[in-house]
Design a protein around this ligand. Structure first.
Ligand SMILES: Cc1cc2nc3c(=O)[nH]c(=O)nc-3n(C[C@H](O)[C@H](O)[C@H](O)COP(=O)(O)O)c2cc1C
Length: 142
């Protein structure tokens, strides 16, 4: 039976969405059944239906998750992610990716198995999209 994967992302200018779509492509190439959602369409309890969960959010605030939609979603969903295989991804700008370190720490402290993280500076180029696709392929193969 194929693995079920859920990708939930937040984006302001589309960069993180581009990564999400390449990760989706990679997961599908490796035979996973994928549902891709903007966080505004996601619910905190649906993660329990999936084997693999990929969460995407760009750096916002000061090295933080978006506090309007994604942050509250993540906080609410974290208890349901305990013991789950998760990858975290997102784009950033002027910082150094610290937001991802903090995010990974929050997830790990919540008992999540963070399989990999992936960050990209601003708009992904073809190489970055290929890396995101390869990440999806590896994730489906765990
Ligand atoms: C309100 C706001 C806050 C941001 N805060 C940070 C930050 O703390 N560190 C950083 O590296 N980039 C920061 N950025 C830059 C974005 O993370 C970056 O432009 C990213 O590529 C946006 O991805 P998206 O198109 O998926 O929203 C911020 C951007 C905005 C609009």
């Amino acid at each position: 039976m194929s693995k079920k994967a859920l990708i939930v992302y937040f984006t302001t200018t589309g960069n993180t969405q581009m990564l999400a779509e390449s990760i989706e492509e990679g997961l599908e190439l490796s035979g996973a059944e994928v549902v891709l959602k903007n966080v505004s369409d996601a619910t905190s309890d649906e993660v329990t239906d999936y084997d693999l969960i990929a969460l995407g959010c760009p750096a916002q605030g000061t090295e933080e998750l978006d506090d309007t939609e994604f942050g509250p979603y993540f906080e609410e969903t974290l208890p349901n992610l305990e013991g789950k295989n998760v990858i975290l991804f997102g784009c950033y700008g002027w910082g150094d990716g610290e937001f991802m370190e903090t995010w990974k720490e929050m997830a790990t402290e919540g008992g999540v198995n963070v399989v990999e993280t992936y960050i990209n500076l601003e708009t992904p180029d073809q190489d970055a999209l290929d890396e995101a696709k390869a990440l999806g392929e590896r994730f489906a193969a765990i």
